[in-house]
Design a protein around this ligand. Sequence first.
Ligand code: LRH
Ligand code: MN
Length: 432
Amino acid sequence: MAFADPRDANFIASANHPLAADLASDYSHLGEQLSRRGVNIDEITNAVAGFKVAIPSWGVGTGGTRFGRFPGAGEPRNVFEKLDDCGVISKLTGATPTVSLHIPWDRTDDYKALREYAARHGLGFDAMNSNTFQDQPGQPLSYKYGSLTHTDPAVRAQAVAHNLDCIEAGKQLGSKALTVWIGDGANFPGQSHLGRAFDRYLESTASIYQALPDDWRMFLEHKMYEPAFYATVIQDWGSSLLAARELGPKTFCLVDLGHHAPNVNIEMIVSRLVHAQRLGGFHFNDSKYGDDDLDAGSVAPFRLFLVFNELVEAELAKAPNFSPAHMLDQSHNVTDPIESLMTSAIELQRAYAQALIIDRKALHQYRIGNDALMAAQTLKRGFTTDVSPILAQARASKGAAIDPVAAYRKSGYRAQCGEKRPSKQSFGGGIV
Ligand code: LRH
Ligand code: MN
């Protein structure tokens, strides 16, 4: 099999050539349909072309669960190889120009060199992620019973220091945000004092807040449960918003879609955080039961559409303090992570385009007229419109691939990596 570099513009152009005519015909056909609905297709395509989502560095390797992880061929062995793979995703989709790093998983002793290496792939860095949910070799104090909220001030200080390290690394990389997710909580009623644990959280995060550069943001990520199975200190958006308001204007709430109980109305949470001017961003993924970290739009695409409907409403209303950071946070246990990340980025663009084509004038009329059925139908018509030609045209307009997965497979990139990156057998579980 002849290998090719899927990041090469000529390779992408040659992969697009046989698909261009069909795309042009599908695009003009959809254009006619949408213009009859008062929608200018090129405006939507331009908006979609401007949509960006960050790739989680921890998502380009095969993920796992506590029961097992089954690495595929050509796994990235270090942050530089992770960036190589992120470069492929970025070039083929045109939608992922930044990477969100996780420290210490991506720690390196020369962040300036890492920044230059990323720039050669046309990549930058989004929010840094700290990690005080695992103990590292040689770490003086354990996080078994918590980190930023541990009852021992020395453990809290160790966790705060780690977050300051992440900020220092991020400053060298050009990142402008720190995401703080902690697994702190309790497994038994009575194990921890729920109020004092929250007070310790505020005390510790206030120290992190002090170290934030003026143009940085701190994202607080709430999660209902796991690894704590009775009470989690930042368990829901209410706890996150309370903390954000008490910590200061550079603190925002990050919504990981998988961190809610099944059937929770996440689009309502988004609407409230927009109102509170504290919507910091998202960890997009999908789930059916728990924090399954499945591919975005793979289980509940209508829910994803409803989240983007709230984002478009906020955009159109010019909501103050509204610039959410879009990031994926997924675990690819049974697919090629590059393919899953490409298709997931595209599913976000799909939900965005579907939300953009909603006839909001008609929707408003039906709403104030309490015509519930027609309001619901008008909204849903966005979701039931196949906007694939818009998504492909947005990619083609940026020199990306009309069919990224087909182009990726045609390049043989994974097989190339298999040859270059000898895989080491790994047994046992764990998310990365
Ligand atoms: C926690 C979480 C968090 C990351 C981790 C990899 O479940 O969503 O965002 O730090 O996954
Ligand atoms: Mn997350």
